[in-house]
Design a protein. Structure first.
Length: 289
């Protein structure tokens, strides 16, 4: 007999639908919504003039971003690609084209001219939709707590203004973000991200906790869910997290075979660059044996 799907699994569109449309862009989010995702995962940073903007890397990457022209003639900061988000103003960031990748890792449909959006613009698009926001705050352990608090406060202010508090989870690899959110903004869900790199011996990523038992550490800092890298996600980990009352959000899973496997493990959500593939798998009558 074919195996029944053990429980509903949430479809989380990674950076929108990164395999299909440019990541962290409004066209990408719109396409993910059309595909019927349950959650949109997106990444935020803060510009030099204090605006919360969307981009995965703290430094603008030539892999998915292209300079067009300086915001003013002879701008000494130009070219902007290769510079840190926190060193560039919103006006400078707005000149960058985010609509075309420079390599063929994904089967993206390009959207030339798509710009780096603000979190406010993303909220305006996503607020009417029945979708959860998974907002990853991009910091690292070298940042002082004051900068973490600045980014967190600015992000939370936008989400509250959009009346999205109850539909938003805050995500971070740097678990100081989560402990600060627990203490100052406990009304938001808090998702503990981790991967092999952040579990290395002597890791500075886990807010002082041991990497030997990341589920226990996540529970200790008051996380409301764990989100492990796919290679770290096992049936035993899922069982342990569920026993601690923590949902499991596995990332990033792109093949139907892996999607099937993790669904059988009992994960609560799958983050994918290809929400269309996961939607097809989950809406079929059964998972394959």
């Amino acid at each position: 007999m074919p195996a029944e799907i053990p429980a509903p699994v949430e479809i989380h569109g990674h950076r929108g639908a990164r395999g299909l449309r440019p990541e962290n862009t409004l066209p990408g989010f719109a396409h993910a919504l059309d595909l019927g995702v349950d959650a949109i995962e997106l990444d935020v940073g803060r510009s030099a003039d204090g605006v919360v903007v969307l981009n995965h890397d703290q430094t603008l990457s030539p892999a998915n971003l292209t300079d067009t022209a300086p915001v003013r003639p002879d701008d000494p900061a130009y070219p902007y690609v290769g510079k840190k988000i926190r060193d560039l103003t919103l006006a400078q960031l707005r000149t960058v084209d985010a609509g075309v990748r420079r390599h063929d890792r994904f089967t993206q449909t390009p959207v030339p001219g798509a710009r780096i959006p603000t979190l406010t613009e993303a909220c305006e698009l996503l607020s009417p939709a029945d979708v959860t926001l998974s907002v990853e705050l991009k910091t690292d352990p070298t940042w002082p707590l004051t900068e973490i608090d600045d980014l967190l406060t600015a992000t939370v202010d936008v989400l509250k203004s959009a009346d999205l508090t109850k539909r938003t989870r805050l995500l971070a690899f740097d678990w100081r973000v989560l402990t600060t959110a627990r203490d100052r903004h406990p009304e938001f869900g808090r998702v503990a991200l981790y991967e092999r790199k952040t579990l290395a011996e002597g890791t500075p990523w886990l807010a002082g906790h041991s990497p030997e038992n990341p589920v226990a550490a996540a529970s200790a800092i008051g996380a409301t869910a764990v989100s492990p890298e796919h290679v770290l996600t096992t049936p035993a980990l899922v069982d342990q997290a569920h026993a601690a009352g923590l949902p499991v959000i596995v990332w990033t899973v792109n093949t139907p075979e892996d999607m099937t496997r993790f669904t059988k493990y009992g994960v609560d959500a799958i983050v994918t660059d290809y929400p269309d593939r996961l939607r097809r798998l989950l809406t079929g009558p059964h998972l394959a044996d």
